[in-house]
Design a protein around this ligand. Structure first.
Ligand code: GDP
Ligand code: CA
Length: 329
């Protein structure tokens, strides 16, 4: 079975772990990660979602925090703050820094982000879950998410990371823009992976700043709509709230109702002008099923909380099961 997952960071990687437990070693899994969270920091290219997937599947993640390296130290960050460096709010750990140094060096010497990602993954893959997947950036072009907001009475645009980390998503969201998305191209291998897939999965990742940008790379939506593989998604919203993260603040800022059904409608049905064939909601959201099926999307209610390895594997099995019932000619 060939499976493609369009992933953000924390929610996506957790789900992929479950997916690996739910599939056989010879199943072919390609993870296309969001790169619209990426940023330049002190001359280094930082790719938070690619790194969260790499560290999580490579057993290098700090599982308590859910991002960054295990056994991390913060000497460089403290030194940067001591210099009054304006970007010292970013959680740049000493171990993590090595990843950004290696990646930036590869990029500067002419490698694309796909090759740089592959080179970084080689360190982690042997003997870990990372060895069972192929990790691709959604694009090699620079795309950045910016949030229009108001800080201290002033209307400003903040890089998504500054909004999320420095302001902890506590300022109002007026608009979300993915700068550079219109002219971006899918990274090598992305459209091919989708075209040859047996199933495409939208894991429970943030619909606005993780899955949204991947779908907005010109050519990706067309590949999903034109492919033979069913496209099935898992709601990142349970009972009207985001489980981990800030999906709810972003949805509210964009006047999208905070519900599993509204996110399904946002992605839309492939039988209409959207991308979804199937959608899983939590059991507590079972009352939303008629609305989602009414929008032309097959839907089921199953437990969506990825509490531990067993519940996460169950969720992946339920996702594959939903997809199996939707295989088209
Ligand atoms: P990020 O890039 O690190 O923000 O991670 P993602 O975009 O991949 O995922 C973040 C989203 O995952 C959050 O906004 C939550 O809505 C969702 N999420 C996290 N944990 C769970 C869970 O256990 N179940 C479900 N259904 N969604 C979750
Ligand atoms: Ca992210």
């Amino acid at each position: 079975m060939r499976i493609v997952v369009l992933s953000g960071g924390v929610g996506g990687s957790r789900f992929i772990r479950g997916l690996l437990a739910a599939t056989a070693p010879d199943d072919d899994i390609t993870v296309v990660a969001n790169t619209a969270d990426d940023l330049w920091l002190f001359g280094l290219r930082v790719c938070p979602d690619l790194d969260t997937v790499m560290y999580t599947l490579g057993d290098g993640i700090d599982s308590g925090r859910g991002w960054g390296r295990t056994q991390e130290t913060w000497n460089a960050k403290e030194e940067l703050a001591a210099y009054g460096a304006p970007q010292a709010w970013f959680g740049l750990g000493d171990r993590d820094l090595a990843t950004h140094l290696v990646r930036s060096d590869l990029l500067r010497s002419g490698a694309g982000l796909t090759e740089a990602t592959d080179r970084l993954c080689r360190r982690w893959a042997p003997g870990t879950d990372l060895d069972r997947i192929r990790l691709l950036p959604m694009t090699e072009d620079e795309v950045e998410t910016w949030i229009s907001t108001t800080v201290d009475g002033q209307d400003v645009d903040l890089h998504f990371q500054e909004f999320w980390i420095r302001h902890q998503a506590s300022v109002p969201v007026h608009a979300v823009t993915q700068r550079g998305i219109e002219t971006s191209r899918p990274a090598p291998g992305v459209q091919e992976a989708i075209a040859f897939a047996d199933v495409v999965i939208l894991p429970p990742s943030n619909p606005i700043v993780s899955v949204g940008p991947i779908l907005a790379v010109p050519g990706v939506r067309e590949a999903l709509r034109g492919g033979v593989a069913p496209v099935v998604g898992v709601s990142p919203i349970i009972d009207g709230g985001a489980v981990r993260g800030m999906a709810d603040q972003l949805l509210a800022g964009l006047n999208v109702e905070n519900s599993a059904a509204a996110v399904a409608e946002l992605h839309g049905s492939r039988s209409g002008d959207g991308v979804l064939d199937g959608w899983l909601v939590d059991e507590s959201d079972a009352d939303l099923l008629p609305r989602i099926t009414g929008a032309g999307i097959s839907a089921r209610a199953v437990p969506l909380w990825m509490r531990d390895a067993a519940t996460t594997q169950r969720l992946a099995e339920d996702t594959l099961d939903l997809a199996r019932g939707l295989v088209r000619g």
